[in-house]
Write a protein that binds this ligand. Sequence first.
Ligand code: PSU
Ligand code: MN
Length: 300
Amino acid sequence: MLPLEFSPEVAKARAEDRPLVALESTIITHGMPYPQNVDTARRVEAEIRTAGAVPATMAVMGGKIHVGLTDSALEALGQAQGVAKLSRADLAACVATGGTGATTVAATMICARLAGIGVFATGGIGGVHRGAETSFDISADLLELAQTPVTVVAAGAKAILDLPKTLEVLETQGVPVISYGQDAFPAFWSRDSGLKAPLRMDHPAQIAAAHRMRGLLGLPGGQLVANPIPQDAEIPSAEITPHIEAALAEAEAQGIAAKAVTPFLLARIFELTEGRSLVANIELVLNNARLAAAIARELG
Ligand code: PSU
Ligand code: MN
């Protein structure tokens, strides 16, 4: 028996064969401060329901992978301290030992596949960190995209990363990178990274068809859909870049490494932009939730 615990809402959706959208929980525990984290998680779930699909937020608690969280579980997770940040390497250990853990993009993809969910919405994926040629810091999210058949909708990769190297690794690993509605690869807070995405699609039905075709061809792995942040919410690259540089310099000076890097940078950029980065982050996640719901409905 798989250690999956479906929430009442998700169990009902499965029984009725309704489209589901997976959601991660690291964005709640490590990506945003309380109470905006819980508020955003609720709004993202509501957005998916309005768009005709059912949200399934993943988290590990009490020896189970929870697929869908009740409102009180969401609130408790959002307030909890010291929650583990789970990726492929530590997911099984956390479930086996009864720990509490939040799922990153990589771990959420694994959980989604186990639950039979083909689409997942998040903010930004992890990628190749700047200086990876010496630190070897490359997010497990990229290798998960290469092996787990889930379509991930994100606003590109965060500009705190080395975006050209991130795209190179995705290409090497055979991951389709599809920009939605534009040619440019988006950079999370900004719509245009200055890099062209390898693929472009303008309709959820095309994305769903490509997802199905990968399965039919026996190709392992998923797809990365890069959905640009809405125009009115974007922080132009010229404005966010100095803050990113400052946060990166501080991380280096303080010797921040491994799993702590991404949460540290997000929190510092939040402070440096006086909260603007968080407002943009919330809007882009909501936008990704809407697109993921449309893709889930097309996947049927
Ligand atoms: N993007 C966000 N907020 C986040 C993350 C990404 O806007 O909190 C999280 C995701 O869970 C992603 C993880 O999988 O950061 C990547 O961490 P790392 O770079 O350590 O692989
Ligand atoms: Mn890392």
